[in-house]
Design a binder for this molecule. Sequence first.
Ligand code: ASP
Length: 309
Amino acid sequence: MQTISIAIHGGAGTLVKGMMTPALEKEYKTALQNALDAGYVLLKNGGTSVDAVAKAVCVLEDSHLFNAGKGAVFTAEETHEMDACIMEGNTRNAGAVSLISGIKNPIKLAKDVMEKSEHVFLAGKGAMEFAKTQGYSLKDASYFYDEFRHKQWLEIKDTDSFQLDHASKKDSKFGTVGAVACDSFGNVAAATSTGGMTNKRFGRVGDSPMVGAGNYANNKTCAISCTGSGEFFIRGVVAYDVSCLMEFKGMSLNEASEEVINKRILEINGDGGLVAVDANGNIAMPFNTEGMYRACKNSKGLEEVLIYK
Ligand code: ASP
């Protein structure tokens, strides 16, 4: 019988252990649990992996705790520019958006690009025009305002530096979100959504919306959603690298994702992690940072909601 499974993440940039209070830990874990349950219930009722990952990511986007949707970080212009990608492993259809603003759930727009346009990747003004044709209304800036995140930005505004939520020297609080799932038909899917990096400029885009870098799905191998320093994840073509190690070297899901996160990406100093599932419902959630907000559940009774190692 087909194992159904889902794994989600809320970013590899967790609060350093000493700064995490029991109350905050509970808040994070509740948010993760809610997203996990929302995705899993769809799978359990015979829904598709694409719908499950989109739903789980929407729930995470609606939380102020994570760097995506409502919780997106500030750009150098004190705005929010968000990126998202969704891919399904059966047809290898994909949709992605980048540099979008005011959209409550960027992952929904990425899904509409996949399902309702002839294209895979829409960016900036054009993506916003497409959103308009699909009837999206825009949220104003106050919806995306978060005091902590604004303070993070004030500390580095007017400098050349930009900051990943994962910066190990900083108290890293927020993170990109993502979900991967395997449904009862044995189809896998992946979804990833992010606000990128604090104080980013020049139209900077990270790995999250890029097929093969931060997000990938292929029934033959696996579905992957990454979190980490986007520049390194792009150079490492991380998500596709995991898939390639499985397809061409015959590695298991666990072996391939460990190899990429704890070896290959480290060789170029990349920090972060990923969540992955294969078409047999196996799950892997490796990371090379202090922690990664993450959770998983399958139909064999496995259920975990974790932050640190
Ligand atoms: N990978 C994301 C980016 O570089 C950041 C994150 O994972 O939080 O845009």
